[in-house]
Design a protein around this ligand. Structure first.
Ligand SMILES: C[S@@+](CC[C@H](N)C(=O)[O-])C[C@H]1O[C@@H](n2cnc3c(N)ncnc32)[C@H](O)[C@@H]1O
Length: 523
């Protein structure tokens, strides 16, 4: 399959959480006002609901309420939206298209918060700094319905004003009404031009402009530009990269080798080959949790980039024995499960290590379908001590390092606003200590893969550079192995970047998270 044959991001079903709509461009279970239609209304029994009309009005729209509560939990308790919303939806029995609507509303509002704040700043009679945070969240939700979802404007405004009245009071509702009506007066492209002009009045500050328009903190925009250039790509790709960060990722499944074939998995679910990793399928419909192979652990939900770096790690040439593999930072176990399946096929044994006990339990769960004799141990421990405790003990060591996750911003809607440059210092020290441990734990001739789901140069190339120097000083010298041919061996359509021996994947190029891989051989 050539790059052109691959399903484009826009073509891939399961690509986002947008509610599916009927031919009218309207969510089939929402009425012309974008209101939630109960089962009774959908079936034409609208007059026969038992609640009194006043009570129905007060109940408002459950999907919008769930999205609002998620935004408040993220703001007030540092919660993760992807951990808060799904149980909330289950608890409130919000399912199907209403759940999809709530999900897109919550996640989209969080991702595009920076863009909407820039719009709202212009549409509001008051500076946003003077607007109460709960009111601001309602305004952001209204802006997303108007500018980021295809909710009819009158419905977006009136239903959001109803939510404001219900949750933050009548006075705030009037303010919300006035601001959202102003937002609704212009389409997205007009607002984006205004936002760009306000952020970059002289036309020479591309970082400020893209930060506002594409809704990323300026320091992240700068770092991603440096990462593009540092990994051999063009800074001109920056806007496309930021745009890709703002789209919901497609749902990708892994068919774990020896446990289920991709064809066998495709018989259980609507899915098509993802294109790069031979193990990866893109879901085109349905709930992955309902797929028997996923329930049984023969398959799993895993980004295609994660699959690619794991397959490349297992395919990297080692000199001599190839029996004992270590996953140093294994939780929650996505890569460990793929590695365990590969180890079983190759007669090797996997040790999976994780510092957090509850995440180590998730690794055990992920490995449940892997033949027992391929899993030596799942253990809880600090990976930084493994090299000292077990020197020269493994033929392969995977270090999937804790990182900022700047390569997976699509997946974690609020994380771009939470991370700070200070995180780089803390994580950098941990990454260097773990790499030193990995290089001590692998035997001479064996291979270490250094992997991050961040393309930030301070977490990728700089850690590797420092790691090589430190390892030479520590008496565990190593050299870089050219990862490009290794990856090409597992993913024939992969196009290497000339002059680079590491691998940097990108959402806007490969449709994957921005995973980094460097392969190192112990000397
Ligand atoms: C990027 S995640 C690994 C993801 C995992 N490989 C997968 O594919 O599912 C990094 C993991 O490292 C763990 N970790 C952090 N510090 C650690 C340490 N000192 N030793 C071992 N694991 C650590 C974190 O708890 C987290 O689970």
């Amino acid at each position: 399959m050539t790059r052109e044959d691959r399903p484009r991001r826009d073509d891939r079903a399961g690509r986002d959480d947008r509610p599916r709509r009927d031919g009218s461009g309207q969510d089939a279970r929402r009425d012309a006002r974008g209101r939630q239609r109960g089962e009774a209304r959908v079936q034409g029994r609208a007059g026969r609901t038992t609640a009194a009309p006043s009570q129905r009005t007060r109940q408002g729209d459950a999907a919008r309420g769930a999205a609002y509560d998620t935004l408040r939990a993220v703001a007030d308790s540092d919660a993760y939206a992807n951990l808060v919303l799904p149980p909330l939806l289950r608890e409130r029995r919000i399912a199907g298209r209403d759940a999809a609507f709530a999900t897109e509303l919550a996640y989209g509002t969080l991702r595009l918060r920076g863009r909407y704040d820039a719009v709202l700043e212009q549409a509001s009679s008051r500076p946003l700094a003077q607007v109460d945070p709960p009111v601001l969240d309602v305004l952001r939700m209204g802006a997303h319905q108007l500018l980021g979802m295809r909710v009819p404007p009158h419905a977006a405004v009136s239903e959001t004003v109803g939510l404001a009245r219900e949750r933050v009071g009548a006075g705030a509702a009037q303010f919300v009404n006035a601001v959202l009506r102003r937002v609704a007066e212009q389409p997205l492209d007009v607002w984006l031009t205004r936002v760009a002009d306000a952020a970059d009045p002289t036309g020479d500050d591309v970082v400020a402009r893209l930060a506002a328009v594409e809704s990323h903190p300026a320091w992240v925009v700068r770092a991603l530009r440096e990462s593009l250039v540092g990994s051999g790509r063009s800074a001109d790709e920056l806007a496309a990269l930021l745009e890709a960060d703002n789209a919901s990722p497609r749902v990708t499944l892994v068919a774990r080798p020896g446990l289920v074939t991709p064809a066998g998995l495709a018989e259980q679910v609507d899915a098509v080959p993802a294109g790069l990793a031979p193990t990866a399928l893109v879901l085109t419909g349905g709930d992955p949790g309902a797929v028997p192979a996923v329930r049984d652990g023969l398959a799993g939900v895993q980004d295609e980039g994660s699959q690619l770096v794991t397959l490349a790690f297992a395919a990297a040439p080692v000199e001599g024995r190839d029996e004992r593999w270590l996953d140093l930072c294994a939780g929650p176990g996505g890569k460990a499960a793929l590695l365990g399946a590969l180890a079983a096929e190759r007669g090797a044994r996997l040790v999976a290590n994780e510092v957090q006990p509850h995440r180590a339990r998730l690794v055990e769960q992920a490995l449940r379908a892997v033949p027992r004799d391929a899993v030596e141990e799942v253990r809880t421990g600090d990976g930084r001590t493994v090299g000292e405790l077990e020197p020269d003990s493994y033929d392969r060591v995977l270090l999937d390092a804790p990182c900022t996750g700047l390569g997976a911003l699509r997946r974690r809607p609020e994380s771009r606003w939470r991370r700070t440059p200070a995180d780089l210092a803390t994580l950098g020290a941990l990454q260097r200590a773990l790499l030193a441990s990995a290089l001590a734990a692998v035997r001479p001739g064996g291979v270490v893969a250094y992997v991050t789901c961040s393309p930030h140069l301070a977490e990728t190339q700089l850690v590797v550079l420092d790691g090589l120097r430190a390892a030479a000083r520590a008496g565990t010298p190593a050299e870089v192995v050219d990862a490009a041919p290794v990856l090409a061996g597992v993913a024939p359509v992969w196009e290497p970047v000339p002059g680079r021996t590491d691998v940097q994947l990108w959402p806007h190029v490969h449709g994957t998270d921005a995973m980094h891989l460097t392969l190192l051989r112990r000397l």
